[in-house]
Design a protein around this ligand. Sequence first.
Ligand code: JCQ
Length: 241
Amino acid sequence: MRIDVFTIFPAMVDDFADQSLLGRARREALLDIRVHDLRMATTDRHRTVDDAPFGGGAGMVMMPEPLFGAVQAVEPPRPLFYLGPAGRPFDQSVARELGALDGFSLLCGRYEGVDERVRTELVDDELSIGDFVLSGGEVAAMVVLEAVGRLVPGVMGNQESADDESFSDGLLEYPHYTRPAQFRGHEVPAVLRSGDHARVARWRRAQALRRTIERRPDLIEDRGGLTDTDQALLEEFGEGI
Ligand code: JCQ
């Protein structure tokens, strides 16, 4: 999969993409991540990409010429997504949608954002990673890179699809434990040490349900409420969970 990123801070995104899981995938040529400097097509001494807004007001706006120049010099894989709070909410289902493509591209804005003609004439779609304001699209682009990159076959190794599958049934994760069995007076639940794998699986599912009901009732609503099986599981392990 090829992913091109356009930014005025190419080193930030490129360094991120060289670390950890993405770095390995990049070195193994599973991911072809290409980071481009948005100043590449500027010709003035200061390599200017921003200008004052028409109509006045505070802050600066990213100019259309250098942005069109950079993107058209590269002809990156489409669709080209702009990252910003006004975008389509990015979630695991959008990550899966992008993960199924051969490639796509990301445009990171700075300042107050980009000239509107960049959005209407250059960009294909807009993505938001949440209802808050960042100082630029770079962190959002890195979120998209990581969430999509890990869905590309081979990138995760063994436990691959496991996490995504747990999200695909719309529930939060069950609690995890490792050694020691007793830590500062807090015990690992006995069921996890029982060796009864079927019971462990049911307990984990009940925990995931309980947690989702308490913390994210909206996710229970999204999956159409509790099934009879869900209800039976919660009853099997009682109100104590
Ligand atoms: C992305 N959720 C929030 C880009 C303009 C100041 O306004 C802008 C901010 C950005 C950076 O992106 C975000 C964002 N998803 O803030 C353009």
